[in-house]
Design a binder for this molecule. Structure first.
Ligand code: COS
Length: 382
């Protein structure tokens, strides 16, 4: 469902004001405290942010991919840790269920996910299955009307708060690769499921990742998502979509950094004039602006293609590759334009420089995006 133009503008305007008035002022404190205040989470819930992508019949806003990208882009103009609070519910934590769930599964979980009452996590990565995600070792053995899960997942976003995990586990150990993998909806409170302590990270303080362990976790067979052996495809399709969401956040952070650079370069004087007057500064601004416009155009065109029902595996990977590398370069130039002020904490530029580094890694490294783009290009014949 696409919103009419006026409603879309109203939503984006509300998000822009929220970012400007509520999120930006507390960014540094959130980073220092390594926590997003509950009051802000509650405001996000009231705005419907946890349910952006959830069908309206289950209480979500049912935005199109293009609309979701525009919202994620605006949210990206504040610290990416804020987006992470609701990002799994909107993306990788819910979309397997939205795309492959039965009516009963959807009715049971989606309303709580849309409202933010249920936090979700996507548990694919393992200590020995990172980029090679088809090699998951977590086992799911069928015993009557339950599957018994044993194994360990790594670096799982929002696992500390999650009440529902989408878990990829191997049901057929005789099949190699993705073919033996099945997806499950695993409630947090099942005995044998435990979550490790939050990892200390380079950036995005306020967003958390954890190990998740499964020791004889008995998951009702009705919680299987899709058919046995379909789990890898579930994960790949969830990631196709998730990569567009991440691209949008990259573009948002880049647009914000460019605006910060313009403000600083116009104010800061050296050699008797604002540094914005110097062509070497202008060259950095021009490169950042050009690359950011290109990433935005690729993102929005791909989102529209997906909304039209096209397969966008190639384009989503290309978008994520280009946008995440782009924002890395933009952040690097921002530190350069700010000079010493870019390196000290007060201006927040060094924080964003650290925050954006993960975009080139999670939901598939840049090298994995290259693999996907190359394979799909070869498959499509050009
Ligand atoms: N949509 C639907 N099906 C897909 C798909 C997609 N985007 N990508 C792959 N598949 C299917 C393939 O068609 C193939 O099906 P068949 O066996 O029926 O032909 C199957 O899945 C296996 O695909 P493939 O052979 O391409 O698997 P590989 O093991 O070579 O791995 C990559 C594919 C590398 C692309 C995959 O492992 C990947 O994306 N890795 C990165 C994972 C990641 O992003 N991790 C981040 C953690 S999650 S935050």
């Amino acid at each position: 469902m696409a919103l009419d133009a006026e409603t879309r503008e109203q939503l984006l305007d509300t998000v822009r004001r929220f970012v400007r008035d509520r999120l930006r002022p507390v960014e540094a404190k959130v980073s220092e405290d390594d926590a997003v205040p509950q009051t802000l989470i509650d405001e996000m819930k009231a705005m419907g942010l946890f349910g952006l992508s959830i069908p309206a019949e289950y209480g979500g806003l049912e935005l199109s991919m293009e609309e979701e990208a525009l919202v994620a882009l605006e949210i990206g103009k504040a610290s990416p840790a804020f987006r992470s609070a609701f990002g799994t519910n909107v993306g990788i934590g819910s979309q397997g269920l939205v795309m492959f769930g039965t009516d009963a599964q959807k009715a049971k979980y989606l309303p709580g996910i849309a409202s933010g009452e249920i936090i979700t996590s996507f548990a694919l990565t393992e200590p020995e299955a990172g980029s090679d995600s088809a090699s998951v070792q977590t086992r799911a053995r069928r015993e009557g009307d339950v599957y018994v899960l044993d194994g360990a997942k790594r670096y799982i976003t929002n696992a500390g708060k999650a009440q529902l995990f989408t878990v990829m586990a191997r049901t057929d150990p005789n099949k190699k690769g993705g073919a033996g993998v099945t997806a499950f909806l695993v409630p947090r409170d099942l005995p044998g499921l435990s979550v490790g302590k939050p990892e200390k990270k380079m950036g995005q303080q306020g967003a958390h990742i954890h190990d998740v362990n499964f020791e004889g976790v008995r998951v009702p067979a009705e919680n299987r998502l899709g058919e046995e052996g379909e789990g890898f495809k579930v994960a790949m399709q969830v990631l196709d979509r998730g990569r567009l969401h991440i691209s949008a956040v990259c573009v948002g952070v880049a647009e914000r950094l460019i605006a910060d650079c313009v403000a600083y370069a116009t104010e800061r004087k050296q050699f008797g004039q604002p540094i914005a007057q110097f062509q070497m500064i202008q060259a950095m601004l021009a490169d950042s602006k050009t690359e950011c416009l290109a990433a935005r155009a690729l993102l929005l065109e791909t989102a529209r293609k997906r909304d039209a029902g096209d397969n966008v595996t190639l384009e989503a990977a290309a978008s994520k590759l280009f946008a995440s590398e782009m924002v890395g370069r933009v952040a690097d130039r921002a530190v350069q334009i700010f000079g010493g002020a870019g390196y000290v904490a007060d201006y927040g530029i060094e924080r964003l420089y650290r925050d954006v580094r993960i975009f080139r890694i999670y939901e598939g490294t840049s090298q994995i995006q290259q693999v996907i783009v190359a394979r799909e290009t070869l498959k499509r014949g050009g």
